[in-house]
Design a protein around this ligand. Structure first.
Ligand SMILES: Cc1cc2nc3c(=O)[nH]c(=O)nc-3n(C[C@H](O)[C@H](O)[C@H](O)COP(=O)(O)OP(=O)(O)OC[C@H]3O[C@@H](n4cnc5c(N)ncnc54)[C@H](O)[C@@H]3O)c2cc1C
Length: 389
């Protein structure tokens, strides 16, 4: 059993850390977030570093590597704030992994090299106003239009992160009946500038530089060669992307929790009350010790799930375990780090307030904690409502 990263993985981790330290300063992020401006230059930097092709085979223009490498990178991104990982994941995780999960060789060759090179950006559009946790209940319709060799889409999506900055939407729609649930779903690469698409940003609490969006589709035409994996076979492609998302979110939350722990530790050592550093009060030192321990546990759950996927061993249960644990840990750790900072933590002068605002999202997006527990329970043989296939 070897817990160490390989030399290449360690080099990758250090490269990402030093690139982000140089790029993602607090002032830079504060400024972008105040203006809710998409960090296109950061996306370009990801491309230069080869990070957008991670997990994509080299013969398809990617950088190679697998889920472990993606988890290593996402943990580093998580240290720098939600806008940073929200710039990365919609393309590097949702775009790439959905195409790898279901697209035929021709479609992979058409899209993956451009995604890996940073020439195209994607956003993921699964959730609908009436279908969140119950994703198999989506109602957006795709109807075949044989005269034009394509499909006509009508319906609404919500919360698609990065949609306003995307070239293509990885969009799920119903081609079968509602009763068919997962087998009635197809996934399309929809050109975001197509006639009939309207995209609007939603005001939200955190991750402010990357807008999460409503999308309205009115008679929007999509060519047949932009259907991923065939009619009714969308869910198969999505399963790969959703497992990857859970592992990456668990890794992001590990990075967030480690950063909160590091910030709380240095503040706790520097801040004196009653003539001593507050970190040396036992209640605070134990809190910090627990934060450090639980963060390590989250890291290993994420990497274990990633390792299973890379080995070709089923990793859906482990991905859900990692996401459920790491996301609750992120909220708990950000809250504790705020407490260590006292009143100063509430000030915009300190970074901790950003993590405190942003951590909660991860318990909801990408399948809530309750849904992850349903998935785990279903794989333990328990009949549950909402344990997806
Ligand atoms: C900022 C943000 C960004 C997002 N980005 C994207 C994106 O890029 N693309 C995309 O497609 N979606 C995105 N989402 C959507 C996200 O995945 C959904 O919000 C999430 O799946 C939950 O759906 P819902 O919000 O409709 O909540 P609901 O499904 O209405 O759930 C509400 C509550 O009920 C609980 N609940 C529901 N069903 C059960 C059950 N069977 N058992 C126990 N509890 C249950 C949930 O856990 C939750 O606590 C984003 C969301 C946010 C807030």
């Amino acid at each position: 059993m070897d817990f160490a990263l390989t030399d290449e993985q360690e080099l990758l981790r250090q490269t990402v850390r030093s690139a982000l330290e140089a790029f993602c300063t607090k002032e830079w992020l504060d400024d972008l977030e105040a203006r809710e401006e998409y960090p296109a230059d950061l996306f370009a930097r990801f491309a230069e570093l080869g990070l957008l092709g991670l997990g994509v085979p080299e013969e398809l223009g990617g950088s190679g590597g697998g889920m472990v490498e993606l988890a290593v990178v996402c943990e580093e991104l998580g240290r720098f704030g939600g806008s940073v990982n929200m710039t990365y994941m919609p393309t590097a995780v949702f775009g790439n992994q959905t195409l790898l999960g279901g697209a035929d060789a021709d479609m992979q060759a058409r899209f993956l090299p451009r995604l890996a090179a940073g020439q195209l950006r994607t956003a993921f559009a699964l959730t609908e106003p009436e279908a969140g946790s119950d994703a198999a209940a989506i109602r957006t319709r795709a109807v075949a239009d044989p005269d034009r060799d394509g499909y006509v889409l009508n319906g609404s999506k919500i919360w698609s992160s990065g949609a306003l900055a995307a070239d293509y939407l990885v969009l799920s729609a119903r081609t079968g009946s509602l009763d068919e649930r997962h087998t009635g779903i197809s996934v399309f690469m929809v050109d975001a500038s197509s006639p009939g698409i309207e995209i609007r940003g939603i005001a939200k609490l955190g991750h402010l530089a990357v807008r999460s969006c409503e999308i309205h589709l009115t008679d929007c035409f999509v060519p047949a060669d932009q259907l991923i994996g065939g009619v009714g076979r969308g869910w198969k492609a999505l399963v790969r992307a959703l497992d990857a998302e859970r592992i990456c979110v668990a890794a992001v939350c590990t990075g967030l929790a480690q950063r909160c722990t590091d910030l709380a530790l240095s503040y706790g050592l520097a801040r004196h009350q009653f003539g001593q550093p507050i970190a040396s009060f036992q209640v605070i030192s134990h809190m910090l010790a627990e934060m450090e321990t639980e963060t390590a546990a989250a890291r290993w759950l994420a990497r274990f799930a990633a390792w299973r996927v890379d080995q070709g061993i089923p990793g859906t249960k482990e991905a859900s375990m990692a996401k459920a644990y790491a996301t609750e840990l992120a909220t708990r750790t950000a809250t504790r780090a705020m407490q260590v900072h006292g009143g100063y933590g509430y000030s915009k002068e300190f970074e901790i307030e950003r993590f405190y605002r942003e951590a909660k999202l991860y318990e909801v997006a990408g399948g809530s904690t309750q849904i992850q527990r349903n998935l785990i329970a279903a794989r333990m043989g328990i009949p549950v409502t909402g344990g997806r296939p």
